[in-house]
Design a binder for this molecule. Structure first.
Ligand code: SAM
Length: 360
């Protein structure tokens, strides 16, 4: 006989079947799940929320992921690559506004000039901030040598979503070629961890063909891999991508949103001291989406500080929020929202993953 839901919630680790049960919770049970993850968060990492000023500096991408609006084959996208001085200006803004950290994210490229450019940018950001600004990068799959170069130049966190821990599902949402191999993505995560990065991964939730069992396995994968940070969010279809064909088979947006909250909640109970980002895609579905995630277990938020004129061209999915706001507007709005979610902003702090510290 199954144990009661309340007894289940008091456990610290779960079987796959138990995770599925938690992911399917609704009504009072869902509320109890959220209460438990909220309590775990407060007890283990407190109510601090850390900023990562996000610069989406280029949408040029050599990959062709079937879900992504900036995939190489999408000829309707206006491609951009923000000049280095503009990126440094954004870094300066983050530093001056006490953000503590920033994230450099872009489509994937790995030509030598690009690799060197990132090295120089990392060094310049460290210099202009007197080493005070923490830097996360998220620029996809690279060789171990490249990851090492970027680490040596000053990046200390890397976010590379596994997208799905199930290789079969992965192959359904990516082209079938060696540029898009699940094994490579996994090997990249391993290299990042070996080099010493705070290593982050994540998945999209509500993908076509995805099952509850897949999602439970994703959580078990994160635990097994012993990741330090997570950024996971709802899948949102984009009409200029091949996966749009399956739009009628998807869970409705609100269900994808709730399921994402339950994924965050379950992961927080299992991995008590990792950093969990409140994904921007949550806000595309619910205007208060990111605050809701902070309340039930997330502790990282990524205010967009990309120069406004380029934001509208980094559309991974439709209905992306804040594409017409300047960075200042974004900060003010964020502060009010975080207070509303009973959080306190960890201004001027890196907010590193406590899990990373204890793992090392
Ligand atoms: N190129 C880097 C990489 O692959 O990690 C970073 C940029 S990539 C666009 C960032 C993330 O956007 C992906 O890992 C993916 O999970 C997410 N993403 C792409 N298309 C999406 C969609 N339609 N809905 C939700 N998330 C999406």
């Amino acid at each position: 006989m199954d144990i009661s839901f309340d007894t289940l919630l008091q456990k610290d680790s779960f079987t796959k079947e138990e995770i599925i049960r938690l992911l399917k919770a609704s009504g009072e049970q869902e509320k109890a799940l959220f209460k438990r993850s909220h309590d775990v968060k407060l007890k283990h990492i407190g109510n601090k929320v850390y900023f990562r000023g996000l610069v989406e500096f280029s949408n040029i991408c050599k990959k062709d992921c079937l879900y992504c609006g900036i995939r190489a084959s999408n000829k309707m996208v206006n491609r951009y690559d923000i000049a280095d001085d503009q990126i440094l200006k954004a870094a300066k803004f983050a530093h001056e506004h006490n953000y503590g950290s920033m994230v450099l994210q872009a489509g994937e490229r790995s030509d030598p000039a690009f690799v060197d450019r990132i090295c120089q940018l990392l060094k310049d950001i460290k210099k202009l901030s007197n080493n005070e600004l923490g830097i996360t990068i998220s620029i996809g799959e690279q060789t171990k040598e490249t990851y090492q170069k970027w680490f040596d130049a000053g990046a200390h966190r890397y976010l590379l979503r596994i997208e799905s821990s199930n290789p079969k599902l992965y192959s359904k949402i990516h082209p079938d070629n060696k540029e898009h191999a699940h094994a490579t993505r996994l090997a990249c995560l391993k290299s990042l961890q070996d080099i010493g990065y705070q290593t982050g991964t994540g998945v999209m939730i509500g993908l076509p063909f995805q099952t509850y069992e897949d999602l439970a396995n994703d959580i078990l994968f994160m635990k097994e891999f012993d990741i330090d940070m997570v950024g996971m969010g709802p899948f949102i279809e984009h009409d200029q991508t091949p996966l749009y064909e399956y739009k009628d088979d998807l869970m409705n947006l609100n269900d994808r949103f709730r399921l994402t909250l339950r994924m965050i909640s379950v992961l927080r109970i299992i991995m008590k001291d990792i950093n969990i980002a409140s994904a921007t895609a949550l806000q595309a579905i619910d205007p208060l989406g990111r605050e809701k995630a902070l309340k039930i277990g997330a502790n990282i938020i990524m205010p967009n500080i990309t120069p406004t004129q380029e934001r509208a061209n980094y559309l991974l999915y439709q209905n992306k929020p804040c594409i017409d706001e300047g960075a200042d507007d974004c900060t003010n709005c964020m502060e009010a929202r975080i207070n509303m979610a009973d959080g306190e902003i960890g201004y001027g702090q890196w907010g590193d993953s406590l899990h990373y510290k204890s793992r090392r």
